[in-house]
Design a protein around this ligand. Structure first.
Ligand SMILES: Nc1nc2c(ncn2[C@@H]2O[C@H](COP(=O)(O)OP(=O)(O)OP(=O)(O)O)[C@@H](O)[C@H]2O)c(=O)[nH]1
Ligand SMILES: [Mg+2]
Length: 718
């Protein structure tokens, strides 16, 4: 295979909502440049990009797949990304290492939630975007409708490069207003017949052509002047203008294709090869130290590993982008992120699982190596002496979680090591050892994302695991003041134990006045504060302790032991064993014994007095509430709404834009446990949501009853 120079390489991500046709488009691209002789289909499970058994089983993409297409003496490196919300992490990664995003839109559904989400991500990352209107041959395809929707959603920068003469099952020809030609295909697609534009289309074609020329000239004053002087631009000037517009995101060109019938694919590839930005048209990369690194093949060798995976029949494969320098097969490099040495005995350009060994890969190129020793996703690997380190990929926050445990308890340690590795393979799988919940929690993007983790562990690591409902991190607090005292006394043989503590507890709120006088059972308790301790709690909220001892009834040296006793109970709340928060305690009296008083006695007295006071202070359980934002097509709005209401949600607002509804609600975490699965089934996978912690709120009375009962049962079992 030819060695490609930096200025012959283009890196492209295939993006778009689930099922829009990215993998099918990839198949046609690979066919068009001769990598495959026959096009596979999703239905037959024989495409180049969906080669993992799990993808064949689900019938859609789960992993991003790298392939290259040698076309017009250029190398197009393409990453086919999964469209499913569950696997959206892959699209973020792919956008990180590519320069242009091709957003595939199913012309039968138009702009979907997934289309908008990914477009927003490209905006954040400032990446050029090209739209491919796919499935124009589909039953319900309606070109004009979709174009109108696209302009409404993404603005007037959406510019047609082509339009079909007929969309729907009769789609077989289109007018290209950049080249000003008519393209026509036979029923099998493939090589088009290119002819002059028929008279009846000339007017429309010219109008669209002029709109395109103006959009191209707009980004460059010289071009603009030329256009006004001569009324037209040469082909090269058009290309330069559009390329600049792409980089500035002031043009979003729209192409017409049927990926399945291989119509329009070749023409779009020509545009990718001729017009879309080269590596060096894009802004330079930056290291973690904010050092600017040019994609220069003469620079020091530096690779960024954006994906590692264990693949059928080969084992570990590491995918990287050459950030700088020229990587040669046989190179000895250093993994700067892990401090280890790596030999790149062989390097490859890949098409799914087809690998072609190459001698060199220059700056900007994307390639792979197999069986490296110690390489993880996100690592930077450099030639000796080079200090670059990259970390430019942003991952989405998790929104689905499960507790995980091995079926066989003795595998716990092994599982923990495997999970660490899994996170290094896919950073959107997040693992947390929760001391509070006494569970290992794994988080991800959705049920299928975690199901894939299970599949991965069970098939590749041969370890059986199970998922459980994660416990909810409840909190406990009190709602009124209360008083208690407790005497701890033990006499056994020689020295005994003695400590007595009297205290008052009260709900704590920020900025409340200092304690003064309290009344319980018609008796007045006047506090005189000697000392105050504010303890911020790791789990949120505060414990504030006042030493109000008068007349030396308890020595100051015992106060820390009493506070320890209080903390024992804050860590394991008196109601359900959950963390307690926002309480203040006034220790105002007690007793000592000249011989038997010691720290442990006061710790126990403090703990028990606090427990009793807490239980009488009208204690309540708090639950975590999340801010949830749902994006859904208008036609499923009613169902989404009633589903949310069945989850004790409080609807905070609704907003409708371009046929997509946005819904904001506050929902208890307890009720969000299987939300991603339900939402996906209610809307056929055409919606998305995000959730962020908002606050702790009191649980309703009936829920509290249930929780108390459940806790009592676990206590009596023990
Ligand atoms: N009629 C028609 N069907 C298509 C076309 N492109 C794809 N399909 C079908 O649409 C379905 C989804 O295609 P995929 O290629 O898997 O779509 P995708 O975008 O890769 O899907 P995800 O990977 O799940 O995001 C398959 O059944 C394809 O056969 C097209 O141009 N015309
Ligand atoms: Mg796919």
């Amino acid at each position: 295979m030819k060695s490609y120079k930096t200025n012959e390489i283009k890196n492209i991500a295939l993006l778009g909502s689930k099922g829009s046709g990215k993998t099918t488009l990839a198949e046609s691209m690979l066919y068009e440049c001769g990598v495959i002789k026959r096009r596979g289909t999703i239905e037959a499970g024989n495409t180049v990009c969906d080669y993992f058994p799990v993808e064949k089983e689900y019938g859609y993409s789960v992993f991003s797949t790298v392939f290259y297409a040698e076309f017009l003496n250029k190398k197009l490196n393409v990453i086919d990304c999964p469209g499913s919300e569950d696997f959206v992490g892959n699209a973020y990664t792919a956008l990180g290492v590519t320069d242009t995003g091709v957003i595939v839109v199913d012309s039968q559904y138009g702009v979907e939630v997934g289309t908008q989400n990914i477009f927003r991500t490209t905006a954040t990352l400032k990446k050029p975007v090209i739209f491919a209107l796919n499935q124009l041959d589909g039953e319900k395809a309606d070109y004009e409708n979709v174009m109108e929707q696209m302009r409404e959603t993404f603005g007037p920068k959406v510019i047609a490069i082509q339009y079909p003469l007929e969309s729907g099952p009769g789609f077989h020809s289109m007018i290209d207003v950049l080249l000003m030609k008519k393209y026509e295909w036979g029923p099998e697609g493939g090589v088009p017949t290119i002819t002059e534009i028929p008279d009846d289309q000339m007017k429309k074609a010219k109008e669209l052509h002029n709109a395109l020329v103006e959009a191209a000239a707009e980004n460059d004053e010289t071009l603009m002047d030329k256009y006004f002087e001569q009324g037209k631009l040469t082909e090269d000037e058009m290309r330069a203008g559009i390329r600049k517009g792409l980089v500035d995101r002031s043009i979003f060109p729209v192409f017409c294709v049927s990926a399945q019938k291989d119509m329009g694919v070749r023409r779009m590839m020509e545009f990718l090869g001729n017009v879309c930005p080269f590596v060096n048209d894009m802004p330079d990369a930056e290291t973690t130290q904010c050092e600017v690194v040019k994609a220069d093949s003469n620079g020091p060798v530096s690779l960024f590993v954006f994906k590692t995976s264990v693949e059928p029949h080969i084992g570990e494969v590491s995918y990287f982008r050459v950030m700088s320098g020229t990587l040669k097969a046989g190179a000895d490099l250093e993994n700067i992120s892990r401090g280890s040495k790596e030999r790149f005995a062989q390097i490859f350009s890949v098409c799914g699982q087809i690998r072609t060994a190459v001698d060199t890969l220059e700056a900007g190129d994307i390639g792979a190596a197999v069986k490296l020793k110690d390489v993880r996703t996100g690592n930077t690997i450099n030639e000796k002496g080079c200090e670059y380190e990259f970390d430019f990929i942003k991952y989405p926050a998790p929104k689905y979680q499960r507790a995980i445990r091995p079926v066989n308890e003795s595998d716990a340690e092994k599982l923990s090591a495997i999970l660490t590795r899994m996170h290094e393979e896919d950073p959107t799988w997040i693992v947390e050892q929760s001391k509070e919940l006494k569970q290992t929690i794994v988080k991800g993007q959705g049920e299928f994302h975690l199901r894939t983790l299970k599949w991965r562990i069970e098939n590749n690591e041969k370890l059986q695991i199970e998922y459980l409902e994660p416990k909810i991190p409840y909190r406990e607090t009190i709602t009124k003041a209360s008083r208690a005292d407790y005497r701890h006394k033990k006499q056994s043989g020689g020295s005994g134990q003695f400590g007595e503590v009297h205290l008052i507890v009260e709900p704590y709120t920020e900025g409340m006045p200092e304690p003064d006088t309290y009344r319980f059972n018609n008796q007045e308790y006047k506090m005189s504060v000697r000392d105050k301790q504010e303890i911020p709690l790791e789990w949120g909220g505060k414990l504030v302790v006042y030493n109000c001892i008068v007349g030396g009834s308890i020595d100051a040296r015992f106060i820390p032991a009493i506070v320890k006793g209080l903390m024992d109970r804050m860590e394991q709340g008196p109601l359900t064993g959950s963390y307690a928060r926002d309480v203040r305690v006034m220790i105002y009296d007690g007793k000592m014994h000249p011989v038997d008083s010691n720290e442990i006695s006061f710790r126990l007295a403090g703990r028990n007095a606090f427990s009793e006071a807490f239980k009488n202070a009208n204690p309540k359980i708090l639950e975590p509430i999340y801010d949830v934002e749902v994006l859904t097509p208008a036609d499923s709005m009613g169902d989404v709404m009633s589903d949310l209401q069945s989850r004790r949600a409080i609807i905070m607002g609704m907003n409708s834009e371009n046929g997509i509804e946005k819904l904001n609600a506050k929902v208890p975490l307890k009720e969000m446990s299987s939300y991603s699965t339900s939402l996906s089934s209610i809307t056929g996978g055409r919606s998305s949501f995000t959730m962020n912690f908002s606050s702790y709120e009191l649980v309703p009375g009936d829920v509290q009853e249930k929780l108390l009962k459940a806790y009592e049962e676990t206590q009596s079992e023990e």
